[in-house]
Design a binder for this molecule. Sequence first.
Ligand SMILES: O=C(O)c1cc(=O)[nH]c(=O)n1[C@@H]1O[C@H](COP(=O)(O)O)[C@@H](O)[C@H]1O
Length: 243
Amino acid sequence: MLDIARKKLIFALDVDCFEEAQRWVRLLHDQVGLFKVGKQLFTRCGPDVVHMIRAEGGEVFLDLKYHDIPNTVAMASAEALRLGVRMCNVHALGGREMMVAAATKVREEAAAAGAPLPLLLAVTILTSSTDETLREIGIERPVSDMVPRLARLARDAGMGGVVASPQEIALIRAACGPEFAIVTPGVRPADASLDDQKRIMTPGAAITAGADFLVIGRPIARASDPVAAAAAIVAEMAAALES
Ligand SMILES: O=C(O)c1cc(=O)[nH]c(=O)n1[C@@H]1O[C@H](COP(=O)(O)O)[C@@H](O)[C@H]1O
């Protein structure tokens, strides 16, 4: 069960240089299933960091959260495919046409190249957002309405899954069924700091609720012993999988 749990843990490589990223990949390689490369690291290091992780034997979630006109997002998603990443994402708030364009382009390019299809994810509502955040931008519906609504839109547009808070897993499962992938950041062990995350759950609770993958960064990166922190999270996930 520990192996299954490890494959579900994604470490957020939120660092600002290539060498530090490489140190984390080597340190956590045996504890986590994927490494997430986000805007900070990709802006600093570009595709080289993705190539490095793959050369080290790791798998990559390219988290650039594309949100633009459909053609731009489709072309950017095709570039993500060419990098050989296992997962990449767009913002569901970019709308159906944008998500259809991305999903169609990636499917066509993967078929033409004989490449494995990456898991295309749509970010629903960021885990740092609340109902008040939505109201401020003119969205009157609560997070609990918006997340399943965006998840259904993403599924109908051909996305393979969503990124959402673990607090919304049950709503997404009810809206989109058991096959749709749910990747959850906003995960905090019971004794960890919340940082800027608002809609959180513990690793065990997120797995019990039905998360397919957990994204965790600072609770591991800032621990005095990051390997032990990752191992403890994996053990908590494995216990939840067993029960
Ligand atoms: O797409 C994401 O990965 C993401 C979506 C979201 O709603 N919330 C969220 O925190 N994330 C990412 O997940 C990671 C969470 O990191 P920690 O808060 O340090 O565990 C960060 O790299 C965020 O960019």
